[in-house]
Design a protein around this ligand. Structure first.
Ligand code: LLP
Length: 444
């Protein structure tokens, strides 16, 4: 047995290994958690989550005003929304489903900001009827659609205009959003953003409070955000000074990455925000404009590392000279990130954390699909049926992107605190899977 685990996992005080090589989550052996709640299981470490909320909520902002929204697409249940509201974050939503969840979790509608490149009439009407705080206008069609809805409701809706700043950060191309060729927002280049602002200003039912941008997700450098802020500030000043709009908010859109592997450089929230905020303050002073309220929408950097998914190995297959497969009781249905982006989450055997990682295994999911892999070729100790595998940093974009392919039920999500545990989402059952089915009368 080794005296130190050979596996890489997030360095959180809630994730430890005991002297027998058992993985402990908030002091609880991983195997015991599965015995109590079933397998697979998504565990969210409450103390780590609250620490991250506070790290992003209380940046060293100097005199700068700021507002944080949690990007709920990373993981949202009513309980997650309740925790975010307790911690004082607003919530960013992309659909009426996310909005309904946030409201049901106790988030005040005024603290909700709504995005989306294809919001339909009903979604916008739902948002307006509920008194949503901000709506981010993403396309021309939406301007008159929203103005009409606000007029019928007899209100003036606060809006942002989403700008595509033309910044391409280093990250997977599927999660780049700030470059010219993007389905989101109005490009700065070619004057589209300016035309959109002019259109919005024509409608008295729309109150343009600020500008929004998002350059991408899992970005592990601060400088692309600074570059985007620079372009946005230039446009912000132009809109204020030349188009006469009294803007007060600039939303820089989240997107900060986390460490999925040892060689990833962590972004420290305080340092990231100091650099960004100093840049904004300095720019505004130099150009003689009042500093906007800076908004941000971190998702992954708040919840990603606080999640651990536990699976049980069901079968193994070793093909001499080719590959070793270990199949688990979940897969792309609860974490499609490897299938979609070849994203590699850290993985370790939860009951053999101190054994040498002296074999190479590929971990497959249970779906009838060759592409249903959780990871290829990972160094790990020998595996056999019954072993518990821990995939780390699964808090963001795993359960929230889960599906029922092959009618596989989605796992439970457990909030695990210091000495307390409670479900954020129950495990799906066969009854849930059949709930929306209908047999047309003539088939009976
Ligand atoms: N704001 C907007 C407008 C966004 O589009 C996103 C993410 C965020 C905020 C939050 O970004 P974060 O801080 O979490 O990076 N499914 C992908 C990630 C898609 C992110 C989409 N937008 C994945 O699994 O990596």
């Amino acid at each position: 047995m080794l005296d130190k685990s050979p596996y890489f996992f997030p360095q959180l005080p809630e994730i430890t290994v005991d002297s027998g090589g058992q993985l402990l989550l908030a002091g609880q052996p991983a195997r015991d958690l599965l015995a109590r709640h079933g397998s697979p299981l998504v565990v969210i470490l409450e103390d780590a989550l609250r620490r991250n909320c506070r790290a992003w909520m209380h940046p060293p902002a100097g005199d700068l005003r700021y507002r944080m929204y949690y990007a709920s697409k990373a993981l949202l249940t009513t309980g997650v929304a309740a925790l975010m509201a307790q911690e004082g974050l607003g919530i960013d939503v992309v659909s009426s489903g996310e909005m309904a969840t946030a409201i049901a979790g106790g988030v005040k509608p005024a603290d909700i900001l709504m995005h989306g490149n294809a919001k339909d009439e009903a979604e916008l009407a739902y948002a307006v009827a509920n008194g949503v705080g901000r709506i981010v206008i993403d396309n021309l069609e939406e301007i008159s659609r929203l103005a009409g809805i606000a007029a019928s409701a007899g209100i003036r809706q606060k809006v942002f205009v989403r700008v595509t700043p033309g910044v391409r950060p280093t990250t997977h191309r599927y999660v780049q959003t700030g470059q010219q060729d993007s389905k989101f927002g109005f490009n700065l280049e070619g004057g589209l953003a300016q035309d959109a602002v002019l259109q919005v200003l024509r409608y008295p039912q729309l109150e343009l409070v600020g500008l929004h941008c998002h350059i991408g997700s899992q970005v592990l450098e601060t400088e692309p955000f600074v570059a985007a802020a620079g372009r946005m500030l230039e446009f912000y000043a132009l809109v204020q000074q030349e188009l006469g709009a009294p803007l007060d908010e600039l939303n820089l859109g989240g997107g900060i990455g986390i460490r999925y592997k040892d060689s990833d450089q962590a972004i420290n929230p305080a340092q990231h925000m100091s650099r960004l905020y100093d840049f904004v303050e300095e720019w505004c002073t130099r150009h003689g404009i009042a500093c906007p309220l800076i908004c941000d929408e971190p998702g992954r950097s708040i919840i990603g590392e606080t999640g651990v998914t536990l699976y049980t190995v069901q079968s193994t297959k070793c093909i001499e000279g080719i590959r070793n497969y270990a199949s688990v009781d979940g897969g792309m249905t609860d974490n499609p990130r490897f299938a979609l982006y070849e994203a590699r989450h850290p993985v370790a055997p939860a009951t053999g954390m101190l054994e040498p990682a002296d074999q190479i295994w590929s971990i497959s999911g249970k779906c009838c699909e060759t592409g249903d892999m959780l990871i290829h070729d990972v160094d790990i100790r020998a595996l056999q049926a019954g072993d518990v595998l821990a995939f780390f940093s699964t808090g963001a974009y795993t359960w929230s992107m889960a599906s029922n392919y092959n009618r596989v039920a989605r796992p439970a999500v457990l909030l695990l605190g210091n000495g307390r545990e409670g479900l954020l989402a129950k495990r799906e059952t066969t009854i849930d899977l059949l709930r929306l089915d209908n047999i047309p009368g003539w088939l009976l």
